[in-house]
Structures are given as structure tokens and as C-alpha cells.
Design a protein around this ligand. Structure first.
Ligand code: NAD
Length: 266
């Protein structure tokens, strides 16, 4: 662990996670993949959790040659007991896995609503629950919850997603208050629209719901409120996660780190 005195000079100590274990959910693609590679590059032994076995195998290959390692762990997070067990012994937990369905509330299938809440809110609760005993035992731990602008703002047709992300914000803040005396921080990272499969999948759904052609969805719907008119790259999100795991972020807890291109400045 970096001593506070080491932070006082002009030379920032690099993120060093050698000897640390990090669990990243939803690691087979998009933001999770970028986080797993970033943490492995900092030396962590990354437990990469996803239900997509093929994506995890690809990721493990991409991690070859990094300072740390990536170990694939195939798991469907709706198996909440298994999720809690998988988190035991981890030093860094990145709750990232997610899914989206764009549909008006009156048409929204209740079983999909339940699944979204299970994967994006209940599983993070169980993973934190599984990780905390080890973190508390050693007096150090980092919980990073990949929330969204939709953890702080709503959009029409995303009832389950917005509800889950708002819930995740509350869970993250509660974990921050409980974890502080034990050296455990908990924060959210809140991106705007990121260049991933999840956004690709939304373009068609949003076009249907808004009744406009697919090519107009990006500029007129997704980026309408973003002052910076581009998608965020997964690597930019992963760098924010790395910062929250680093020595300069020990005082930062219970907060939400926005990468939203100015969306919430409105
Ligand atoms: P993605 O679809 O590229 O990746 C999500 C991963 O989660 C996939 O690999 C998928 O297999 C996994 N997953 C889904 N359900 C699972 C389950 N039941 N068990 C195990 N794994 C499961 O998505 P992404 O864009 O990288 O999103 C990652 C996170 O970032 C999500 O929480 C999402 O809400 C959040 N986010 C994304 C954006 C964006 O614009 N892409 C913006 C803000 C926040």
C-alpha cells in the first residue's frame, strides 16, 4: 500500500496492483473487457466473470504479456449464491455486467424487469457481500460500480435500467459509509454513451420506440444532451476505474465519477 507521504511529491506513483486480486463482472466485452485488461496491466490477478465463455477466452488471450493475469470464470450472475461465492477473497471488485431493454413501461415484460434488477443490482449486492469480509480483514479494498448517467438521470423507455442504476448508486453510497472505517472505498463511475455492443443493440430499439430511422438515433437521441458529440471509449472508462483503485483516490468514496461529455451540466 502506498504511504500518504509518498503522494506529497511531484512524482505521482503509478498504479501498482501486483499481489492484488480483482474481480470484474461482464468482462467478456465492452467496458468490462477494458477494465480487466487495465487492471491486469497494473499487475492484478483478474478474475474475469461473464456468462459468455467465448468472449472470456478471447480476453484471456489478449491479456498475454501483461504484468498481471486474467483468469476466466464463466458464471451467469442470476445465480446469486454463486456470484457471492465467486467474490470471496478479492481485493478489488468492479461491478460492471449489465443489459438493456428499451420499451415503454406498459409493454415492458415483467420477467425482463426482474432479470435486469437481478444482474445489475442484486448481484452487485451479493458480490460486495461476498468480498467485504476479506477486504475488512486486511483493512483495504476497492469497490467500483459501473453506473451510468442513468444512475442520476432518467430517460423514457428504460424503466428497468434506470431503476437498477439508481439503486446501484444507493448501494454504492451505503457500502462507502460502512466500508470507510475498514479502509474500503466504494464509488460509481458514470459514463454517457460508450462505444460497446450494448449501445449498438440500442440503436435499433430506440429507432422503433422513437419512430425515427436508426442513423438519426445517435445524434438526435443518444448524444442530444452530450456537449461533446462523440461516444466515450471503453478505455476512457477503464482509466477512471484505475484511478479509483490507485493511491490518490483513497479519500474518494461514496461518490459518482461522471464521464458524460457535459450531459449533466445542463
Ligand atoms: P456489453 O453488452 O458490451 O457488456 C456487458 C457484459 O455483461 C457482456 O459481456 C455480457 O455477457 C455480460 N452479462 C450480461 N448479463 C450477464 C449475466 N446474467 N451474467 C454474467 N454476465 C452477464 O455492455 P457495456 O456497454 O460494456 O456495459 C457494461 C456496463 O456499463 C453496464 O453495467 C452498463 O449499464 C454500463 N454502461 C454502459 C454504457 C454504454 O453506453 N455502453 C453507458 C453507461 C453505463
Amino acid at each position: 500500500m502506498t504511504a500518504l507521504s509518498a503522494l506529497r511529491g511531484p512524482q505521482a506513483p503509478a498504479l501498482d496492483l501486483a499481489g492484488r486480486t480483482a474481480l470484474v463482472t461482464g468482462a467478456a466485452g465492452g467496458i468490462g473487457r477494458a477494465c480487466a485488461l487495465r487492471l491486469a496491466a497494473a499487475g492484478a490477478e483478474v478474475r474475469a466473470v461473464d456468462r459468455d465463455a467465448g468472449g472470456l477466452d478471447t480476453l484471456a488471450g489478449e491479456a498475454y504479456g501483461l504484468a498481471g493475469t486474467v483468469e476466466p470464470h464463466v458464471l451467469d450472475l442470476t445465480d446469486l449464491d454463486a456470484a457471492e461465492r465467486a467474490a470471496a477473497g478479492t481485493d478489488v471488485l468492479v461491478n460492471n455486467a449489465g443489459l438493456q431493454l428499451v420499451s415503454p413501461i406498459e409493454d415492458f415484460p415483467p420477467d425482463v424487469f426482474r432479470t435486469v434488477l437481478a444482474v445489475m443490482l442484486e448481484a452487485p449486492f451479493r458480490l460486495i457481500r461476498g468480498a467485504l469480509p476479506h477486504m475488512y480483514g486486511q483493512g483495504w479494498g476497492r469497490v467500483v460500480n459501473i453506473s451510468s448517467v442513468h444512475g442520476l438521470r432518467a430517460s423514457p423507455f428504460k424503466s428497468a435500467y434506470v431503476a437498477a442504476k439508481h439503486g446501484l448508486e444507493g448501494l454504492s453510497k451505503t457500502a462507502a459509509l460502512e466500508g470507510a472505517p475498514h479502509g474500503v472505498t466504494s464509488n460509481c463511475v458514470n459514463p454517457g454513451y460508450v462505444r460497446t455492443a450494448l449501445v449498438e443493440g440500442q440503436l435499433a430499439g430506440q429507432a422503433r420506440s422513437h419512430g425515427i430511422p436508426r442513423e438519426r438515433v445517435l445524434t438526435e437521441v443518444l448524444l442530444r444532451d452530450s456537449a461533446v458529440k462523440r461516444l466515450v471509449e471503453p478505455e476512457e472508462v477503464a482509466e477512471a476505474v484505475a484511478y479509483l483503485c490507485g493511491p490518490h483516490a483513497a479519500f474518494m468514496t461514496g461518490t459518482s465519477l461522471l464521464l458524460d461529455g457535459g450531459w449533466t451540466a445542463h
